[in-house]
Design a protein around this ligand. Sequence first.
Ligand code: HEM
Length: 372
Amino acid sequence: LRSNQPICWANLLKQPGWYVTGYKEAVAILKDSRFENRMPLPEASKKYTQLKNIQSNMMLFKNQPDHKRLRLLVSQIFTPGMIERQRSYIQDTADDLLQSFRNKKTIDVVSEFAYPLTSMVIAKILGIPEEDRHQFKEWAAGLVPTIDFTRSRKVLDNGDNLAIFLTSYFKTLIEKRKFNPGEDLISLLIKEEQLGERLTAEELVATCILLVIAGHETTVNLISNSVLSLLKYPEQMNRLKDNPMLIERAVEEFLRFESPTQMTARMASEEIQINHATIKKGEQVYILLGAANRDPNQFHYPHILDITRNPNPHLAFGQGTHFCLGAPLARLEAQIAIQSLLANTNNIQLATTNIQFRKWIGFRALNTLQIA
Ligand code: HEM
């Protein structure tokens, strides 16, 4: 399909639209502002109003000029420097978790390592009180399927309740931080809200929820998928163990090879011609990032995992104006997690042959990853 029709019309999972599998085409669409980022709930009934309200205030689903305003505000606080200052906390958290596995024969990388690590880190960045942090990962995990483009009604039921709960949780926390500010992201965003019209109260809550969702599950998947890739290709694992300096390139290759976010969507704001496809105004376009990242016209031997691959212009974090804001954090967490796991274990092995990915179209997400 990718070589014959890199953009094709299909009705997959009852979602008619243009499906984009080619790298060149994916980049062209992601960079083209005539393709707008719309909320993924077109058929949601009145039942999901809360979720719709929150999503409509997230930068991910905003178009210009609101997107630019929101993104600028958050990116002034969520800077690469601020992320770098989390390095020792991430390292200490990873070390503590690995230490706690000392007497265990097997561990589940997903639930026992990647989830606690990433949820503690994003909770700390946001300024979630210590006593709530243990529950935090469940709230985040419950919300994630709501931004998946499968739009399953079953998960949305759950998502709307959680959205209501999290909105009230963050509203209470925001009120507390107004009187007792700290150095956390919420306190810094409140300052922006108080400066006037620049960030509304609803946008502040939606930004917190977006960072919880976006900053959590995808990084869990990156860490778990990376470990699985190394287990499947032991020669690459040995290479990385022998050359720890390769970790940065290796993480880029894991992002390309098993992209945690497999798909994103856009809507044409006018009629647009790409290759032989005439995309009409209002039509949906589904960009399959995982497929584009394996396009042989862009990557030599795309189905081979090569942790030294360079250059590696993968699309795992998207491209263009909505390029992932949390990419520096995701990269740092994954680099530390994988390197610490390899450094603290002698010879990790799969403890099961039953490897199952969740049935979500938009994410490449393992259910569990038992290792010994
Ligand atoms: C946007 C992937 C981690 C925050 C995106 C997009 C992708 C993506 C593909 C663009 C979506 C689109 O164009 O429609 C990933 C992956 C991650 C990851 C694969 C981990 C491996 C994070 C983290 C955070 C984060 C750790 C923050 C804590 C965001 C935000 C946006 C975004 C705020 C919206 C940016 C905008 O609309 O301008 N991410 N992400 N992400 N991501 Fe990530």
